[in-house]
Design a binder for this molecule. Structure first.
Ligand code: SF4
Length: 345
């Protein structure tokens, strides 16, 4: 009965989104990965551009990772793009380019977890796997009055079992989309529309006046603060970029020469620091041009305090930098933080 009500609500209220009008697992996969950490309004544009350039598994598998990252630029959580690219190559190698159809095979793809595998297998193949994302957690917590914190280790099993029991196994695709859409539009985090909710009478939270208390969440650890000092180096028409290669944020994106410090630093201290000398000892006369660009950039687990300096040099910097024409900067994938600087300078 619950599923029937959700599906009836969905038929009347669902948004018309491009990935809803397809059973193509590749397109569903792309949309699900984009929407993992991104609002629909922002993701839609990225989705359309991405599938226009990479319309199928093979076009993605045969592309260069730098180009894939470029199409992802500004979306954040770049491991999603790197993993998709690797997974496309995995499909090409292991499944001759055909998107796998078994849940275990889909789950084995790089970057695909329980939620995404269930979404792909149910939306594309109508297989009986219940999805569990943030929207579903919230809807279930309220409907059943569950007080287990949704980010507690035991929550996933408890909510997964419930979601699977509620699934309409003959209409998995519609059921799953219905409960997610219901969470996104009706049973929203801050202002659920309980007054016109078709589930009001059976909603534990509504009947017990606990809507604003559910779902319960454990407090997050405080974000780590980091201090980035970037140098946009001009040498005539040239500048210098470095690819971030360590397993840190923004892996495989490009950035300007960087000195990370433990606290905020003055330029005079940076200029005489060991790190600065290591990069610029052979660079000849160094001029600092104009005022620095200061930007606080908030990520999920980190707060980056960034300062960008524009400097003119006559020699070369030391280190593993790529020397490029400044006018070619737009060809390289960069973080949203670097993009913000480029938009302003
Ligand atoms: S009554 Fe309110 S809290 Fe309960 S399911 Fe409906 S919208 Fe959500």
């Amino acid at each position: 009965m619950l599923s029937a009500k959700l599906q009836a609500w969905f038929r009347q209220n669902c948004r018309d989104l491009p990935w809803r009008n397809t059973r193509n697992p590749y397109l569903i996969w792309v949309s699900e990965i984009i929407l993992q950490q991104t609002r629909v309004a922002q993701g839609l544009d990225y989705y359309n551009r991405f599938v226009e350039r990479f319309p199928d598994v093979l076009s993605l598998a045969e592309s260069d990772e730098t180009e894939v990252l470029k199409y992802w630029q500004g979306l954040g959580y770049y491991s999603r793009a790197r993993n998709m690219h690797a997974a496309a190559r995995q499909i090409k190698m292991q499944h001759a380019g055909a998107f796998p159809q078994q849940y275990a095979q889909v789950l084995a793809l790089k970057g695909v977890g329980d939620y995404t595998a269930a979404a792909i297998c149910s939306f594309a193949y109508n297989q009986p796997y219940a999805v569990l994302d943030g929207n579903v957690f919230r809807v279930l917590a309220r409907l059943f009055g569950i007080e287990t914190p949704i980010n507690a280790p035991r929550a996933k099993r408890e909510f997964s079992e419930l979601a699977q029991n509620l699934l309409d196994k003959t209409h998995s695709a519609v059921h799953n989309q219905a409960i997610m859409e219901f969470g996104a539009l009706q049973c929203t985090p801050q202002s659920p529309d309980c007054g016109i909710c078709p589930l009001q009478e059976i909603c534990n939270a509504f009947c017990n006046k606990k809507v604003n208390m559910l779902p319960v969440k454990l407090k997050k650890a405080t974000a780590k603060e980091r201090f980035f000092n970037y140098f946009f180096v001009k040498n005539g028409d040239f500048t210098y970029l470095k690819k971030r290669e360590s397993n840190d944020i923004w892996k495989n994106l490009y950035e300007f020469p960087l000195i990370e410090t433990a606290t905020a630093s003055y330029i005079n201290d940076l200029l005489v620091s060991e790190n600065f000398r290591e990069i610029f000892a052979d660079s000849g006369k160094i001029d600092i041009a104009g005022l620095p660009f200061v930007q606080k950039h908030v990520l999920t687990h980190r707060i980056i305090h960034a300062v960008f300096y524009i400097i003119n040099i006559e020699g070369e910097p030391r280190g593993d930098f790529t020397k490029i024409l400044q006018r070619d900067l737009h060809e390289y994938p960069v973080s949203r933080l670097v993009e913000l600087f480029l938009e302003r300078c």
